[in-house]
Design a protein around this ligand. Structure first.
Ligand code: M6R
Length: 624
């Protein structure tokens, strides 16, 4: 949730590196920001409540010599957003930034207070700074001080620490939220996301849980919590720095909506066979492999898939809704039972899984705490796990047995857009391969489906024309006090996703419903201030959806309908009609969600809200 940047080096001004890094990490949390940087032999700490701009204003005339510094952008967990709760936290000679949660904070707080320690914030983070400061008084060594404190901390957390006594050292620890070491020429970065330092280096070491890092001008040393030095692989990242820029768009979200023609193609490309008429998942780069005991890919994929007799998909938020679309596809085509569950529920049940179950986790960030806990639970039950992630080498990606990638490039807008459509593409590709392995999909049907997927980029370009439409229509949409999104079959998860986009961006009440459920309660909500968004493409449930539409129309709702091509029937029943190209119903969801993304974006814009950083949210939810 929070964003961390640590820097040690003489190549750049630490203030500039930290501010540039925090700007890229602001999507992770934006209720306060701060930095602590060496200036001569003194650490100066500057913090500000609110967005990063307030910190920038405070430090704009300051110069720091470095070489070490740490910075943080916060998403509040313990203690309200305020300057005193902003990071870095200081205790004696120690300055610390922290991401995650210390679960035994009550106990530590009582202990410190009993010892007469004065606390200046409500955070769990400050407590850790005090513990390290106390340990440092004994060890006189920052690394040993941090290491000695770790056994007394419970929770999932990452920290980066500097000490007033040594401007040439950073110490960091990860157990949960991501920390990545960027290796530059004569400089080192410790960041929550590679986006924060891509402009300086493309070489990264991914820390695993319970690893401690000591950074000095002599280099980076990584140890296990027991103190054993580890050899870690340096990964070269192929993303260039400009993929995390807005490239002329007003907002990251708008840029990401517009990237979908390309990102859907990128998601599909690695899995196309040579003739581009079918799917070959197994031997593609970044494709689907089972790893044997020597960590080598084994070509047993088709057999392994054939043995699977149940699929469980687990995810949160938008990724969960993508999973629901996957369920419709997988059951329909592979004839294999598939259930989908929200990760925060799955992890606390005692789910029954058999050894032939395939567990699929979906996570754009690959760091969502509940999804990670769910995959760990599944693994503990001996089940094969497959992850669909966007961020390669993220924790969930690394923990899964089998890896598929959304391939959509960094998604910065807090509201997920292109990751959703890329996930639907990857789920389609998986479903094709799985259904073939189950001998349920013939060559002709596979070819037709692949043709549909290949045609998507040009059809997405057509649907993106709704950008202008909603830019003009958004003022009129402001008068509705709520939105009900409805659909049937595979359009039901799209209704849920449309409602989620609407609520997280516009703060208006919005709900997604299966259209057939209306009579069982929600019809009571209908009046002329309620807008009903009815998703009714020409699929096998079209007639039924239209009769549901008539029911809400009869009760006075304002109707925005979405259908296939020039549907005169829908047009005549609706106040506004949105057309998506007529295609096979299995690519409909990818096209149908795009106007809903644009509607939420423009309505939020016209209401004057911050679209890229909606209130109370953060992009990567690394705490429960
Ligand atoms: O990174 P993940 O896909 O695991 O994130 C899951 C949700 O937190 C995320 O999709 C969230 O619902 C988005 N803000 C929705 O736009």
């Amino acid at each position: 949730m929070c964003g961390i940047v640590g820097y040690l080096g003489s190549e750049h001004d630490p203030k500039d590196v930290i501010l540039a890094g925090l700007e890229k990490l602001e999507y992770r949390g934006y209720d306060s920001a701060g930095m602590a940087v060496f200036n001569g032999n003194q650490i100066e700490r500057i913090r500000a409540q609110g967005k990063l701009i307030y910190l920038k204003n405070k430090v704009q005339d300051k110069k720091f010599t470095g070489p070490a510094g740490i910075g943080h952008t916060r998403w509040a967990t313990h203690g309200k957003p305020s300057e005193s709760n902003a990071h870095p936290h200081q205790a004696g000679v120690i300055h610390l930034v922290h991401n995650g949660i210390i679960e035994n904070d009550d106990h530590i707080r009582k202990q410190l207070k009993a010892e007469g320690v004065t606390l200046t914030s409500d955070t769990d983070s400050e407590l850790v700074a005090h513990l390290i400061n106390r340990a440092y008084a004994v060890h006189k060594d920052l690394f040993l001080a941090v290491k000695s404190v770790l056994p007394s901390l419970k929770g999932a957390f990452s920290i980066v620490v500097i000490c007033q006594d040594n401007p040439q050292e950073l110490v960091a620890f990860k157990d949960g939220p991501p920390l990545i070491i960027g290796i530059g020429q004569g400089e080192t970065f410790i960041v929550s996301d590679v986006a924060a330092s891509l402009q300086y280096t493309d070489k990264y070491i991914y820390l695993d849980d319970r690893e401690i890092v000591k950074v000095t001008p002599q280099g980076v040393k990584i140890f296990s919590q027991a103190g054993i030095e580890l050899r870690k692989e340096i990964n070269q990242i192929s993303w260039s720095a400009d993929v995390v820029e807005k490239r002329g768009f007003s907002h990251f979200m708008l840029k990401e909506i517009h990237e979908q023609a390309q990102s859907v193609a990128q998601a599909l490309e690695p899995h196309l066979n040579e003739q581009r008429t079918g799917i070959t998942l197994a031997h593609q780069l970044d494709g689907l492999h089972f790893l044997n005991h020597n960590n080598q890919p084994e070509i047993v994929f088709e057999k392994a898939l054939n043995d699977i007799d149940r699929v469980i998909i687990v995810a949160c938020g938008t990724s969960y809704y993508a999973g629901l679309v996957g369920q419709y596809m997988i059951e329909k085509f592979s004839k294999t039972p598939c259930s989908v569950e929200v990760a925060s529920e799955f992890r606390y049940r005692d789910p029954v899984v058999s050894k032939n179950t395939l567990f699929i986790s979906i996570s754009q960030s690959g760091e969502t705490a509940d999804t990670l806990a769910a995959i760990r639970l599944a693994k503990s039950k001996g089940v094969k796990t497959l992850s669909i992630c966007n961020v390669k080498n993220s924790t969930i990606d690394r923990e899964a047995d089998i890896h598929l990638y959304m391939n959509c490039g960094p998604e910065i807008g807090v509201a997920s857009t292109k990751a959703f459509t890329s996930t639907l593409t990857v789920l389609s590709v998986f479903c094709i391969e799985f259904s073939k392995a189950k001998k349920q999909l013939d060559l002709k049907s596979e070819q037709q489906w692949v043709e549909g997927l290949l045609a998507l980029p040009s059809q997405i370009e057509v649907v993106l024309a709704y950008d202008k439409y909603f830019s003009d229509a958004s003022d009129a949409l402001k008068k509705y006090h709520g939105f009900l999104f409805m659909g049937r079959g595979v359009m039901y998860p799209i209704a849920l996703e449309g409602a989620l986009k609407m609520k997280e961006l516009t703060y208006l009440h919005a709900e997604g419903y299966p259209a057939g459920e209306m009579k069982h309660g929600p019809l009571a909500l209908i009046d002329e201030d309620m807008a009903v968004v009815m998703l009714a493409p020409r699929d096998e449930l079209y007639e039924k959806t239209v009769s549901n539409l008539q029911e809400v129309k009869a009760r006075g709702a304002k109707i925005i309908s979405l259908g296939s091509g020039d549907d005169e029937n829908l047009k005549s029943l609706s106040d506004r009609y949105l057309a998506i190209p007529k295609v096979s119903s299995w690519v409909d969801p990818i096209l149908a969600v795009i106007p809903l993304q644009l509607m939420a974006f423009h309505l939020a814009q016209s209401l004057g809200y911050d679209v890229d950083q909606p209130r109370n949210l953060a992009k990567s939810v690394t705490v429960e």
